[in-house]
Design a protein around this ligand. Sequence first.
Ligand code: HPA
Length: 236
Amino acid sequence: MSIHIEAQKGAIADVALLPGDPLRAKYIAEKHFEGAVRYNERRAAYGYTGSYQGRRVSVQATGMGVPSLSIYVHELIAVYGVTTLIRVGTCGSIQTDLEIGDIVITMAACTDSAINRRTFNGLDFAPTADFHLLKAAYDAAVDRKIPVRVGSILTCDVFYDRPDFWKIWAEHGVLGVEMESAALYTLAARHRVRALTILTVSDEIQTHKAMPGDERERSLDRMINLALETVKRAAV
Ligand code: HPA
């Protein structure tokens, strides 16, 4: 048991998918895993372990934002020995050629979060994905003919009331904004484990378009399949 996860040691696989939303964790376990067993209900941050095509795998909800994700990821790694972590989430697009439903494989995560600045004494760390997971995800996407973009995103601390904040990032080629990946990549680097974020565009910051509810499930399924195929290919 850890402070925020009530699982027994050994109840969590060495690979974990990480959605922000607890109900998405439940959906992934029920729809995509065989023999899923729930190991955590604390704070309704659901976590399940099951298998995918014979490979043991877990899914753990992280909640929203850097502080919440950091708590779950730290405990998964330090207490439960998870060594491969794949965030499956959504982002807002800040590029006009990146549309709702498109999938982003996140190579690097810029951030406006103060947490890394404090850790690195005011200097800037460059949070990046694990190369082997990134390559496995990209190869899987090519083989399955799933169109993807590979590039950088911005992990931000604030969701509302930030007019035009995205412009300088868009000018530097950043694809989209979300709220967790810089922390995931930094923690993975610190603990020498592997991490990757795969995102589906759920909204467009410039046009204010958002993904309709009924489309959400279908397009998120493509991302979840891609993440599970990545797990299979990058198994250690
Ligand atoms: N901003 C931050 N995080 C997000 C967004 C957004 O527009 N969409 C999905 N996650």
